[in-house]
Structure formats: C-alpha cells, structure tokens
Design a protein around this ligand. Structure first.
Ligand SMILES: Cc1cc2nc3c(=O)[nH]c(=O)nc-3n(C[C@H](O)[C@H](O)[C@H](O)COP(=O)(O)OP(=O)(O)OC[C@H]3O[C@@H](n4cnc5c(N)ncnc54)[C@H](O)[C@@H]3O)c2cc1C
Length: 1003
C-alpha cells in the first residue's frame, strides 16, 4: 500500500449525519486485516462497528473517543508499513476529506465547502454533487446552466444533475464567479465530490473542465476526479493528496438493507458478490450486518438464500443512474414476503365521473384507492426494520409513469384522502409533465405510502408489480378483458394478511364501480347523438314500465317496446295479478272454515269458474288499458313488437310497430319465462296441453280435479293450495329435501305443518325424481321415485310444471350490443343495474336474483336514476316478498343465516300467533313472526312472517329494515290496539330485555 488508507466516520443509516466515536478497537500500530473492526461509533440509532476495506497498520492522528464528528470526517489512517505509523494519538476531529475515500455514501448535501485551506491551488469554494434523495450516492452532470466566469447570485441554478430518480437543478447558496475545473457534462461523480468552484473575483476564474469515467469508482474507495486537486489533511501523510488506491473489484456496495444496518464493508462485499443484504441476519453489535455475515451467507448461498452471480458473456454497458436505482430498489424488495390477489372491475363509472369532473382516470383511480385505503389503513402502512409497522400515514400515492426517454419514475400524489378530484388533478398535471422530462424534485417522488402501476394502455391481460421497501402494497392495473379490468394487489405479508388484501380489493372495486358514493353525481349519462330516442326500454313489465315512467317524469324522451298489445308483463298477465285474483276467490272459500267457529252458517261455497275467469280477465284487461293510458299520458312512446339488438346503439323491431330504432341508452327488462327441466315427455305434454307452466295455465276451461305440480317453490305452493281450495286433490313433487327452500327455515317448516292441518287434499313430497311424463289433456301420468325408492305413478287431469324461471335472452341478440351474461343465463349487472356496456342497463327477472314484481320495479327506478345521473343502488339485503299461501309467508331483509354470512353478530326473537288476541278472534292462529337484529347496534336486519294478513303486516317491517331502525325505536313506537302490529313492539321490547340481561351477565 503506497498511500495511507483513510478511515472516516461512516454513514451507517439513512438519517445519520454525524456520529460519536465510542472506542478504538485497535491500537496505534496494530496490524489490521481487511474486514477487521477498528472502532465503534454511535449513530443516531445504535452503536456500530467500523470495518476497514484494506489491511495495514493503524496509524494516527486518531480521533479521540467521545468526539462527535460529521459523517465523512477522517478518524484515522491505515499505513502499509509499521514504520510509517504516525503515533499521534487522539485529538480533535480531523478535517473532512471529502475528495478522498468514504466508506459509505456521502452525508446530506453540503454543496459548498471552503477549499482554501485544503486546495491551495484553487481559490474559492467547491460546489459539490448534492445528495438529492435518500438513495442517491452519485449523480450524472447533465448540463451547466452557467459558464465559467459568470456571476452567480445566491439561489442561482448553476447546473442540472441526474440523480437515481430525476434530473434536478443544482442551486448554490453563495455568490461569486463560477470557476473551474468544471466537471464535464455526462460525468458520473459521487455525492459530495466537487463539480466546480465559486471564486470571489473574475481574475481567479479557471476555465478548465475535467471528465471522470462514466462508471464511477465504488464508494468507499478514493475517487478524487482528476485533475481535481487532492484534498489535503492535517496528516503528515497528506493521505488524499495522491490518487487513491484502485479497487480490485469495481462493483458498487449493495444497497442498505431495510431491516437493519450493515457495515460499509459488509455492503461492499455484498455488492462485489451480487448479494442482497435484505433479510440477512447481523451478528454485529445491535444486530448490524458485518462482513462475516456476508461471507457466511455467501458460503451458504447454495441453499438459495442469496443469488449466485453467474458470469454473463459479452460487453455490458454501464447502467444509467435510473436503471441502477431501479435495479437496487428491486433487489432490496427481494426480501419482502409477498402474495398477490386479483379482482376484476368495471371502469366505466369511474371514467365517466373523472370526465365529468375534469380529472384523468389515473387521478380518479388514485382517489378510489384512497377511499379503500381509508377502510384498510394497514394497506397504507409499511414494515420498518426491527419488526415495527409504520401506520397512520397520509395517503401519498405513487403512480408509475414513463419518461420521454423510456425510463420509469413514480411521481407521488400527496394527501389524496384530503383532496377533491379536481384538486388532485391540479396537483397531478405538473407532476406528470415534470416526470416525463425527469425534472421531479425529491419531495415529488420520495416516500410514497402506496403505489399504482397501470399497464392497461399496453393491452397486457394481467401482471403483478413489485412492492418496494417503505410500502406494504402495490396495485397493478391491466387491460380490460371479458370479466372486466383485472387489478392485482401485491402485498407485504408481514403487514397485510390475505383477508385484508381481499377485503381491500373488494372495497376498491366498489369505490371504482360506484364513484358516486365518494365523488357525488355522475352527471348525465345518456349519450348524446343522432338517436331516434334518448332511452329505449325493452319490455313493459314492472321493471320496464317503472323505469320508463321515472325517466319520462324527468323529461327524458323514452320509447318502450313490448311484444304484447298492452303493458304489464308477466306480473299483470300471467303472474301476480291473475294468481292473486284466484287467491282472493280461494280465500273466500277458505274463510268459510272459520265461519262455523264464530257461529256463522253461510252454506257450502260453490265455485263458478266461468264467472271467476271473467272477473280475473276483466281485472287484467282493465289494468292493462289503464297502464297504457298512463304510459302514453306521461309521454312514453309505446311500441308493440319484439326487439333485438343490431348494434350497441340500435335495435330492429319486428311485429306490429316494426322498425329500426337508434337509441342513446337502453334498459333491458324482458323478464324470464318459466323453466322446464329436461324430463322425458315434458315438452310433448306441454305441446298437447296435458301439462302447463305458469305462462300457460291461464286458459283452463275448468279447474282441475286432480292436479300434480312439479316444484314446491312459491308459485307451486300458491297454485297447489288455491286449486286445493277450489276442490282439487293436489300432489306436489319437489326434488329438494325440503319444500319452499328459499323461505326462512322455521317459517317454511311451520308452513308445511299448517298446510298439513288446513289442506287435507294437498300432499307435498320432497326428495322426488320425476322419471317421465306422458298422457293426454285431462289424463296425464307422472312417473316418479322418492329418495331413490321404487318408481311410482300419479295420474292427474292436469300437470303444472312450476320449476322456477330462467332468463332466456337468445332472441335479443345481446352479442350485437356486446352485453354479457352472468350466472344461469341472467344478464350480468352491478348494483346500479348497469351491464358491462356503460349505456345499457338491465332490470327485473332478466338479471336473476329475487324474481319479484316490486324487485323489478325498484331496479327499473334504480336504472332510471343512474341514467339521470343520480346515483342509486339496488340493495337485495333490504328487499322483501310475500307468498300468498294460507297462512301467508312474508319476509323483509335478512334471515339470521344470511345476516351471519354477511358478517353481522345477530340475535332473533319470535312470537307464535297462537298467543295473539286478534289471531284468536279470526281463528288464524297458525304461524309466527320472527325479528332478526344486530346484537351490537340493535339495528333490525330482517323480519319473517308466517301469518294470515302478512301481506299487510310486512309493510311496517319494510320501513323498519329500509330505515335501518333499531329495537329501541320500534320498542318505543305506539302501536294501535287491538292489532297484530302491536306484536312488533312486543318483540322489540322482549329482545332488548334479553340483551340487557345477557349484557349484565357478561355474555
Ligand atoms: C304465477 C306467478 C305469480 C307471481 N306472483 C308474484 C307475486 O305475488 N308478487 C311478485 O312480486 N311477483 C310475482 N310473480 C313474479 C313477477 O310476475 C315477475 O317477477 C315480474 O313480472 C318481473 O317483471 P319484469 O319486468 O322483470 O318482467 P316481465 O313482467 O316478465 O315483463 C317482461 C316483458 O317484456 C316483454 N319482452 C320480452 N322480450 C322482449 C323483446 N325482445 N322485445 C319486446 N318485448 C319483450 C315480455 O313480453 C313482457 O311483457 C309471479 C310470477 C308468476 C309466474
């Protein structure tokens, strides 16, 4: 070793700017081997070893223990020969040797340093490569903004430099004249090295320029750029006055690990070996990673914990600063244990709201992410070395962007949670502009708390991004596919568990698909253009008609096409209304059973089927005509015909009002026909009218005497009991283990028990497999087996196939419009009833779920409001229904099972009608009312009925559930006496009392 090796105060943590020399671990003159610990220093975090990179003999002057000295200041020397050892022991801090070696990266920016005493050849002050980011260890001089000899004022920008992240201005905080030697543009130089000088007078100006190799010498080795004058020290050896010894291996030190400090030598060794220090165990004081750890880890690298460096043939070019920074950051991220979760989202609503509010989709995505982060703060937290979590951070969202020259930068939108979309857009535009030119300042790209990377514009179908230290998650956005746009979160498992990530994605999906919940109105969403009508509604059942009326009431030009002469759909012509007209007649017959109990003898009821049918037909015809008049009265253009799509904005209508029609937006409300399962003989029986469905039962010339019904759902059971009450013997065959399986379990059980008591000619068999159907009208044979037993045969004069309803959209030619189906042939929609095509909505039976008239109507209004730009959602958890058996079944909201599945901690209370005075009076004592509430909030989540007049009683319960009322509110409401509504107050008070008692008991 010809020249002494300088031992300096190392920078052992990102935040360390000075250190206290605690002890010398070697004595003056001691032989020191490469990797030996020569001293310990106290940083801002711990006491750590100082290792050396060379062998030699410890030489003075040595810094005195307990001295506090800035990072980079000389503490001692190593000499080659014992004879060269300078015995000067400890003293005051030795002058900084900034132009000479530094074991670790340079201290925080100190861009000007007086050179006079150190560089006698050059008068003035050195302008140094500033440290412009935490991770910056070197910079590339991009340009000089001033020329040698120019007058420089305090605050002037003299040059631009490229850091690991951006191109930034170099300002000076002194005045003077710019003087050489000036670093040549394109030179790469470590932080802290002089790039030029400031002198006091024009006469002192030097015009020289110097260049350093584009690949800098590794930090920790003398790198004084030639021909810069070497930095003198007080040492007699003037250790840095001559060129530094060159490093044998010119690799750079490995990045500082995020989990614990590492000694400079450990970093250098790791860098030379291509190893990452992330996750490595440290055996030094306070767990610091030292050289021995690296060497130890290296020998065990075959275990797979550290990568093996394989020789790569060829002549590589040096990486740019940004490439190196990305490479190091990615290497550091290798130790983060991550997992990935993907969900698909529809972006249309977010795009619309972004457009309406003048923001880019990128900014809107960041805002949506922030909405979800608010509910999942851990996703915005991060792991801190030493097994700590940093949370409660503002939402500083980094968004990966490409630079004009193809690089990658991540500008950070600050405090996203606290700002509106338009404010964020204002913040984003200049950031993006600077990012493209790589002119971001550190505060504009440093320390994101969450990151978004969007590759959707490149058409990639899916990808995942890499979490970097300082964040716990990154979101990768790919291009829209058949299921929507895949968004994938990569999460640090030390901070976020799988459920948290999944639930974050679910909330993010909701925030993206329903931006109206956080960003206000979507604005008008009916596309403008050369259309025949603003909105086309296909189907005039409850869904289509309510939608069309709502739109027309708001001044929208609506056309409604329906393939029947009058509106009303299934509900009016084949469903709710005609079936309840029959039920009303059956009720009169049934009520006679109670007459005798009250001492009344009105005689045996006689059914005049013809008169009943006339009555029923009169109702539906009258209501159909009334409906048409109302529709036309509110200025809906009503067309009769069958519509199918020919493009996303046009349909062809065949039938009476045949035409082609171009529309701005469309609502599909085409219902769902009865489903016929593939039972041998079923289609033939339907064709010859031996069998009917709920669509075709309305042409009976007389009620059947022996009726078989396949399917014990709501329609099957209503029909079964009605025809029983009209006098028929009825057999119901159900495939499932229990009848009315969709009803609350106890309600269903009690209904079957009540039917067993009150409907003697009605038999319900479960676990049935129907093998075949055969026969003529009036004589149909149904072969079936129960629970795999022997095959039996039932002969009836009518078979009703009541096995549910399935949407059938084949005739609509949805593919022409690009509308996609979901499960079981239903059109897929979100809770705003929007399909995957943003201007096409679908409502009612055609979207599946509860196939009920009021559900369809509500969804129709929801679609209308969304088209009007007023956010609305259909909430199935508050929907309701009535099955018109005797007793009636009704429900609103959730059953206990459903509520539990949604995450509520529920409790329920019930009352049998047998104890109710009003029920006793009328003899309608079968049944119960059950109330389901959330234990914590006492909110009423559901009410379930088996009670005669449940169709009326459920109304109050609907308001309880819809209004999210509590037990306390219902308990204190005054109910009229004597009515069955009093039972609601009773139930609420009873449950409250129970909850109070169990709370006292500590349950
Ligand atoms: C026997 C029975 C009893 C019922 N009882 C009740 C009850 O008590 N309470 C209750 O809430 N619900 C009941 N329902 C269910 C209720 O009838 C439906 O849920 C409701 O009618 C669905 O409304 P919708 O608007 O979705 O469709 P629908 O009422 O079926 O209306 C769809 C309309 O679109 C038309 N159409 C279809 N395709 C096209 C096309 N391509 N072009 C033009 N027009 C088209 C159809 O002809 C129809 O007029 C009952 C159903 C049945 C079968």
């Amino acid at each position: 070793m010809a020249e002494p090796y300088v031992i300096k105060m190392p920078q052992l943590s990102d935040t360390m700017t000075e250190g206290v020399l605690v002890s010398w671990e070697k004595q003056l003159g001691d032989r020191v081997e490469r990797g030996d610990v020569v001293a310990t220093v106290e940083t801002d975090k711990a006491i750590m070893d100082v290792e050396v990179f060379q062998s030699g003999y410890l030489s003075g002057p040595l810094l005195a223990p307990d001295s506090t000295v800035p990072v980079g200041t000389v503490m001692g020397y190593l000499v080659e020969d014992p004879a060269q050892v300078h015995q000067s022991a400890a003293g005051a801090p030795l002058p900084s040797s900034s132009a000479s070696s530094q074991p670790v990266s340079s201290p925080a920016p100190a861009t000007i340093e007086t050179q006079n005493e150190k560089t006698p050849a050059i008068a003035g002050q050195a302008i140094k490569m500033p440290q412009l980011s935490d991770t910056m260890t070197e910079g590339v001089l991009v340009s000089w903004e001033k020329q040698p000899g120019d007058r420089i004022e305090r605050g002037d920008v003299v040059a631009t430099v490229e850091t690991d992240k951006a191109i930034m201005d170099v300002e000076v905080f002194q005045s003077g004249y710019l003087s050489g030697p000036l670093l040549a543009p394109d030179s790469t130089i470590p932080v802290g090295e002089p790039i030029a000088y400031l002198v006091e007078s024009p006469e002192q100006v030097l015009q020289e320029t110097h260049k350093v190799p584009s690949t800098p010498a590794p930090t920790g080795i003398e790198v004084a750029p030639k021909p810069l004058p070497a930095t003198p020290t007080v040492s007699t050896f003037n250790p840095a006055a001559t060129p530094a010894p060159s490093q044998q291996n010119d690799a750079r030190p490995a990045p500082r690990p995020s989990h614990r400090p590492a000694s400079p030598y450990a970093r250098l060794l790791a860098g030379q070996r291509g190893m990452s220090l992330e996750g490595m165990t440290g055996s030094g004081p306070a767990g610091v990673i030292i050289a021995a750890d690296v060497l130890g880890a290296n020998t065990t690298s075959s275990s797979g914990s550290t990568p093996t460096v394989l020789p790569i043939p060829g002549e590589g070019r040096p990486m740019t600063a940004i490439e190196k920074a990305v490479s190091q950051s990615m290497t550091a991220s290798l130790s983060i244990p991550v997992f990935h979760v993907t969900i698909h989202v529809q972006l249309d609503a977010l795009s619309r709201i972004a457009k309406a509010q003048g923001a880019s989709v990128t900014v809107a995505l960041a805002k949506a992410a922030s909405v979800a982060l608010t509910r999942h703060p851990l996703v915005n937290a991060c792991y801190q070395p030493g097994d700590r979590i940093i949370d409660n951070r503002p939402h500083d969202i980094g968004i990966a962007a490409t630079t004009d020259d193809g690089g990658l930068v991540v500008p950070v939108l600050r405090d996203v949670a606290e700002q509106s979309l338009s404010a964020l857009q204002k913040q984003w535009l200049p950031l993006l502009e600077k990012a493209r030119k790589r002119r971001l300042r550190p505060e504009e790209y440093q320390h994101p708390t969450f990151t978004i990377s969007n590759m959707g514009m490149y058409g990639v179908s899916q990808f995942d991004a890499i979490v970097t230290p300082g964040t716990a998650a990154i979101l990768a956005i790919a291009a829209k596919g058949p299921q929507g746009m895949p968004i994938t979160i990569t999460a640090d498992h030390r901070v976020i568990n799988g459920a948290e990530a999944a639930s974050f994605l679910r909330d993010l999906k909701s925030a993206i698909e329903h931006p109206e919940t956080w960003a206000g109105s979507l604005g008008p969403v009916i596309p403008e253009g050369d259309f025949d009508t603003q909105v086309l509604v296909i189907g005039a059942g409850p869904g289509g008609e309510d939608c069309a009326r709502e739109l027309a009431e708001h001044g929208i030009q609506v056309t409604m096409v329906n393939n029947a002469p009058l509106p009303g759909g299934e509900c009016l012509w084949r469903g709710c209304i005609p079936s309840k007209a029959w039920r009303a007649a059956a009720d009169r017959i049934r009520n006679r059973a109670h007459d005798a109990m009250m001492g009344l003898h009105l005689g045996e009821p006689q059914l005049d089927w013809e008169q009943l049918e006339k009555h029923r037909r009169g109702i539906v015809q009258t209501r159909g005509e009334m409906a048409l008049k109302t529709d036309q009265g509110v200025k809906i253009q009503v067309l009769e015909g069958f519509a199918h799509f020919t493009s996303p904005h046009s349909v062809e209508i065949t039938g009476k009002d045949a035409r082609t029609l171009r529309f701005g937006a469309c609502v599909i409300a085409t219902g769902a026909p009865a489903y016929v399962p593939p039972i041998p003989g079923a289609q033939e029986a339907l064709a010859n009218k031996a069998a009917v469905t709920s669509d075709t039962i309305w042409e009976l010339s007389a009620p059947p005497k022996r009726l078989c019904i396949i399917g014990a759902g709501a329609i099957g059971m209503e029909m079964a009991q009605m025809f029983h009450d009209f006098g028929a013997e009825v057999l119901v065959l159900e495939a499932l283990p229990r009848a009315v399986a969709e009803m609350e379990k106890e309600v269903a059980e009690q209904l079957l028990a009540a039917i067993g008591r009150n409907s003697p000619r009605l038999t319900v068999l479960t676990g049935i497999k129907v093998a075949a159907i055969a026969g003529e009208p009036g004589q149909v044979r149904i072969r079936y087996s129960q629970n795999e037993d022997a095959v039996l045969e039932y002969e009836a004069d009518l078979l009703l196939i009541a096995t549910g309803k399935h949407p059938d959209t084949r005739g609509l030619q949805l593919e022409q419009a690009g509308v996609q189906l979901g499960e079981r042939g239903a059109i897929a929609v979100d809770s705003s009833c929007r399909t995957n095509v943003s201007h096409i909505y679908a409502v009612g039976d055609v979207i599946g779920g509860y196939m009920l008239a009021h559900t369809a109507a509500q969804q129709g209004r929801v679609a209308a409001h969304n088209l009007l730009g007023e956010p609305a959602r259909y909430d199935a958890s508050k929907d309701c229904g009535v099955t018109f058996t005797r007793p009636e079944v009704a429900f609103v909201g959730l059953s206990s099972e459903q509520a539990k599945a949604t995450g509520f901690d529920v409790t329920e209370v019930k009352v049998p009608l047998s104890i109710d005075a009003k029920a006793m009076m009328t003899g309608e004592t079968d049944g119960l009312i059950k109330l389901v509430a959330d234990k914590k909030s006492h909110r009423i989540l559901g009410v379930h009925f088996l009670a005669d007049h449940a169709d009326t009683l459920v109304g109050e319960a609907v308001l309880m559930v819809h209004g999210e009322m509590t037990l306390e509110q219902v308990a204190s409401a005054i109910h009229p006496h004597p009515t069955q509504t009093e039972l609601f107050g009773e139930l609420a008070r009873r449950l409250l009392s129970r909850l109070r008692r169990s709370a006292r008991a500590g349950h």
